[in-house]
Write a protein that binds this ligand. Structure first.
Ligand code: F6P
Length: 327
């Protein structure tokens, strides 16, 4: 078993609050174990371009509370090419980096898996994405903060919705996963939550909104996941509702990238710190080609192939709770 002496760390794909806390944990864990640590700027693209910087315990001071990623992030097209990956490998060799921690989502892990197969290079991943769409971990780094951001925004929207007796359609991120929509929708007291895992359809939505009005509700919030059929054309849906339910005045808010920014919640900071330490521990145990996640509040590892399986399972109990409490 080859124990690494110099570990590289990078963030890749969409940024997520808590990525800085994860980098910090990796860097400090390296310092704790007397390993060298190198930051790779701009993710997998920076690996190809040799954008490296030595990091020590003090290089990561004052970042646990900061959103974004100080190492920057990118979605690299070049890393999809063999030539790009060869260049990345040769840069790692020149720099004497003998293992990597990559923080990102399924695209990052898929790229890392190919690289490991080609070069037998040890890589361990950390799930960093607001979408919570990775298997083998109950939560991804950034998800909790994004939920809180969404709930805070919807609380504000509720004030104005209520003042004007309006219906608001609020589009949230999540790519093909409805986790943000479902949990933030429950937390914010939404009347309806539209998620890709459960295609409600426009007709049933109309029926439900009609019932809502009859039950005495004066304003409504409908949370729409961007991956839902309806989420693709939220403005079209607003027009459709106004045409079919004349009693409703509809407004649309697309929350967009504010969901990715901001200071990480305490939960995300702790999660990122635990997983960052777990990543270095895993490399020291000779593990590679795995993602470190959290399952039933225990740090654990799963092969990348499991993590990126791509089938997001939504919690049916949560759907039931949302249905009951929105009556
Ligand atoms: O994966 C995180 C995420 O924010 C998704 O929720 C969203 O679909 C996507 O990234 C947006 O990507 P970009 O920032 O490249 O537009």
């Amino acid at each position: 078993m080859n124990i690494p002496k110099k570990i590289g760390v990078l963030t890749s794909g969409g940024d997520a609050p808590g990525m800085n806390a994860a980098i910090r944990a990796v860097v400090r864990s390296c310092a704790y174990h007397n390993l060298e640590c190198v930051g790779v700027y701009r993710g997998l693209q920076g690996l190809i371009e040799g954008d490296f910087k030595e990091l020590d315990a003090r290089s990561v001071k004052n970042i646990i509370n900061r959103g974004g990623t100080f190492l920057k992030s990118a979605r690299s097209e070049d890393f999809r090419t063999e030539a790009g990956r060869k260049k990345a490998f040769s840069n790692l060799q020149n720099e004497n980096i003998d293992a990597l921690v990559v923080i990102g989502g399924d695209g990052t892990f898929a790229g890392a898996s190919v690289f490991i197969k080609e070069f037998n290079f040890p890589i361990v991943g950390l799930p960093g994405t607001i979408d919570n769409d990775i298997n083998g971990t109950d939560y991804t780094i950034g998800y909790d903060t994004a939920l809180n951001t969404v709930v805070e925004a919807i609380d504000k929207i509720r004030d104005t919705a209520n003042s004007h007796n309006r219906l608001f359609l609020v589009e949230v991120m999540g790519r093909d996963a409805g986790d943000i929509a479902l949990n933030a929708g429950i937390g914010a007291g939404a009347e309806e939550i539209l998620i890709p895992e459960q295609n409600m359809g426009r007709e049933r939505l109309l029926e439900s909104l009609g019932r809502s009005k009859k039950s005495g509700k004066t304003s409504s919030i409908v949370v729409v996941s961007e991956g839902d059929q309806i989420g693709k054309n939220i403005f079209g849906l607003a027009r459709y509702i106004e045409e079919n339910l004349k009693e409703y005045e509809v407004r649309v808010t697309v929350l967009g990238h504010i969901q990715r920014g901001g200071s990480p919640s305490c939960y995300d900071r702790v999660l990122a710190s635990r997983l960052g330490v777990g990543a270095v521990d895993a490399l020291l145990k000779g593990e590679k080609n795995v993602m470190i996640g959290i399952v039933h509040n225990k740090v654990t590892s799963v092969p990348f192939s499991e993590a990126i399986k791509g089938s997001n399972e939504i919690d049916e109990d949560l759907i039931r709770v949302a249905d009951i409490i929105s009556i």
